[in-house]
Design a protein around this ligand. Structure first.
Ligand SMILES: [Zn+2]
Length: 79
């Protein structure tokens, strides 16, 4: 008998995307915006609040933003 497969490593971006977006309700695994691919900042904040992201990663995401609104899209490639 073998144990169920568990992903060996999950990136912070994947951890965020595996979270349902509280703003647009994009389901887990689906980006909030398709082109360019990205997710709402609200999704990152919820994932951080739930302990899925480190404070350092969230700070790095915020540092890339020029304008911060609740509905801000964070484009992929942060990690
Ligand atoms: Zn969203």
């Amino acid at each position: 008998m073998t144990a169920p497969a568990v992903p060996a490593c999950i990136t912070p971006e994947q951890a965020t995307r595996n979270w349902r977006c509280p703003l647009c309700h994009a389901p887990p695994g689906t980006p909030c915006q398709a082109k360019p691919e990205g997710d709402h900042l609200a999704r990152y904040l919820d994932a951080y609040t739930a302990g899925r992201l480190t404070r350092e990663y969230l700070a790095a995401v915020l540092a890339e933003l020029v304008v911060i609104t609740r509905w801000q899209i964070v484009q992929g490639g942060t990690s």
